[in-house]
Design a protein around this ligand. Structure first.
Ligand code: ADP
Length: 304
């Protein structure tokens, strides 16, 4: 792994007089896919804002050697784009171009060609002239990914990207994101409540709970017991390492789901094509100064 996008040591994130998450020590290797998970109010947004340089850490150290101006592409939650206005899909993508260029950059044809290339990358080449608000939920999300890609990011941040999508739309979007990451060498951060999405489509995991990092490290290292410590003993996720219950009792496909989230299924581990977990953000990695843990990369949830 060549370098890191960001590296945190003993970092506290929060607001003046209001620490939200303490003891954050991890590396975000370039090209990795980080899943950021935790109950509502656990500090995901606060940590994300800190990583993106929008909020200073309250304590500890944060280095961001991979950050460059304009290098972050942000895909907001469904519904974040005002749909009252009759924006076309092309208009939406050109907003991403505007973030990279000055308002006076190049002839209209150049804007159009760049927007068209971004739309082609997400499989929406033939939708440019349609009204954004008339697209399906899955297409809207892909259009927003195109908008982020138009800014030529190094880091793609996805805020609950599959929220409100059905199973087919979810699968299409997540496969697209995997492919873009591979083809373009993108680093990604996915904030999600849908644990199965995170387990299958990230290689690093940060799980926040009660003001601490309850789990961090390679995603494949998460166990059912880790989830039970955080979400209670009824959580079952049979496909996880060390799971004890039969698949028929599974109720954990959305173990971390917010009320109203659509369930997602199809959990599998170590399937062909799954990228090996990166190790650079292990707690045992040389660049990390975190305390040596009994199991590399693991933090015990407070309160057992
Ligand atoms: P999540 O994204 O996991 O739902 P947040 O990072 O949004 O969690 O919030 C974590 C905690 O920080 C919450 O208790 C929230 O009330 C608090 N918080 C969020 N924004 C601010 C702020 N601007 N000032 C003070 N506290 C805040």
């Amino acid at each position: 792994m060549n370098g890191v996008w960001a590296s945190a040591q003993g970092m506290t994130v929060g607001y003046p007089g209001r620490p939200v998450v303490e003891g954050v020590t991890f590396d975000l290797p370039l090209g990795s896919a980080l899943g950021l998970v935790g109950p509502n109010g656990s500090g995901k947004t606060t940590l994300l804002r800190t990583l993106l340089g929008l909020l200073p850490p309250l304590a500890g150290r944060l280095d961001r050697p991979g950050a460059r101006p304009g290098g972050v592409g942000y895909v907001p939650q469904q519904g974040a784009i005002d749909e009252l206005f009759p924006f076309t899909v092309r208009d939406i993508v050109e907003m991403g171009l505007a973030a990279r260029h000055s308002a006076w950059w190049g002839p209209a044809a150049a804007w159009r060609a760049e927007a068209q290339a971004a739309l082609a990358a997400v499989g929406l080449a033939d939708q440019a002239g349609r009204l954004f608000r008339e697209l399906s939920g899955g297409m809207k999300q892909r259009a927003l990914v195109a908008r982020a890609l138009a800014g030529r990011p190094d880091l793609l941040v996805l805020d609950e990207p599959t929220r409100g999508l059905d199973l087919g739309q979810t699968a299409t979007l997540l496969r697209l994101l995997d492919q873009l990451r591979r083809d373009r060498g993108l680093t990604t951060i996915m904030v999600s409540h849908v644990l199965s999405d995170v387990l299958e489509h990230t290689d690093q995991l940060l799980l926040l709970h009660e003001g601490r990092v309850a789990f961090q490290g390679p995603t494949r290292g998460l166990t059912e017991r880790d989830l039970q410590r955080i979400y209670g003993p009824d959580v079952a996720f049979p496909a996880l390492a060390g799971a004890t219950r039969s698949p028929g009792l599974a109720n954990g496909a959305v173990a971390a789901a917010a009320p109203g989230s659509a369930p997602s299924s199809g959990l599998s581990r170590g399937e062909p094509g799954k990228e090996p977990a990166a190790t650079a953000s292990d707690g045992a990695a040389p660049s990390s100064t975190g305390p040596a843990a009994p199991e590399p990369g693991r933090r015990e949830a407070p309160g057992g």
